[in-house]
Write a protein that binds this ligand. Structure first.
Ligand code: A2P
Length: 284
């Protein structure tokens, strides 16, 4: 696929378009830092913001959007259902709270953040079924333009499929050089889902890898830019996080070069030491 800029659309299965790079907000401090960095991202040209209730900074993200001067309908805004909020009624309530914090009246994408929170380890299947029913209703009513999940593995999808009327459109997982999660990506793509990559820089760790320096020099771009470009060419939507205006700009300056297919596969198999958290044993 040809990528022209950070807002080149990727098509979801229901026809909704999602810009090919999103601005990540995990680990962004709440309040003014979140607001200022979201403003910086919008000023830099990002039109896709990835938020979550669990990040504790939705108020700041909403403030940043509201004070950016960019119209809400020009922005693709995602949020996620927090772990303690699984269940039908709780989902409706948590969704309304996220809307309020984000100062908006709809979301472009809403995701179940984790399939198996510690609070429902014994009945996660039923809880996901009830949660998904609420999300389907919010989707049908137009308050959410697309619905999906995060950190799901195949057995979580198979359980959800028993009761779902609308199939998840997105799975957002940890994807970065050396962490390609190939079997779950293939499963999702075969089932019509788009993959989103959180921590596309390996939360910054990959930037220290000597092997990545070789590619940075070869393509005359930073290691962060190599990671983000690699993610796009792998077919993922990268969601790089930064609170620094110049790094925010750097991370979308990835459209004036292309990695060779051979380098894409070498980068995929780099030993970065990253592992995805097991969604069935997380302690939150
Ligand atoms: P900062 O917010 O100070 O820029 P990930 O997106 O994989 O979670 O990685 C985020 C981490 O990488 C943060 O620590 C962020 O720090 C840092 N980071 C983001 N972009 C860059 C960049 N272009 N160069 C160096 N570090 C970066």
């Amino acid at each position: 696929m040809e990528f022209l800029n950070q807002n080149t659309p990727i098509h979801l299965v229901n026809g909704v378009n999602i810009p090919c790079i999103g601005y990540g907000t995990w680990q962004t401090p709440a309040g003014e830092v979140a607001a200022a960095s979201v403003r910086a991202a919008l000023e830099a040209g990002y039109r896709h913001i990835d938020a979550a209730s669990a990040y504790g900074n939705e108020e700041g993200v909403g403030e940043g959007i509201q004070t950016s001067g960019v119209r809400r309908d020009e922005i693709f805004l995602t949020s996620k259902l927090n772990n303690p909020d699984h269940g039908y009624e709780q989902t409706k309530r948590a969704f309304a709270e996220s809307l309020k914090a984000l100062k908006t009246d709809y979301l472009d994408l809403y995701l179940i953040h984790w399939p198996n929170p510690i609070s429902c380890r014994n009945n996660w299947e039923e809880m996901n079924a009830a949660t998904w029913k609420a999300m389907e209703e919010l989707y049908e009513s137009g308050q959410i333009k697309a619905i999906g999940v995060s950190n799901f593995r195949q057995h979580h999808f198979e359980a959800l499929a028993k009761t779902a009327n609308v199939a998840p459109m997105v799975n957002q997982i940890s994807l970065s050089p050396g962490l390609t999660q190939t079997s779950i990506c293939s499963y999702c793509q075969e089932h019509g889902m788009v993959m989103e990559a959180y921590s596309p820089l390996g939360t910054g760790r990959i930037l220290q890898l000597e092997e990545m320096r070789y590619f940075a020099e070869k393509y005359n771009h930073s290691i962060a830019q190599i990671c983000i470009r690699w993610s796009l060419q792998m077919g993922f939507i990268p969601l790089p996080k930064s609170i620094n205006a110049s790094r925010i700009r750097e991370n979308i300056n990835v459209f004036d070069f292309k990695l060779s297919d051979e380098d894409v596969s070498t980068i995929a198999s780099i030993q970065a030491g990253s592992v995805a958290r097991d969604p069935d044993t997380i302690n939150f």
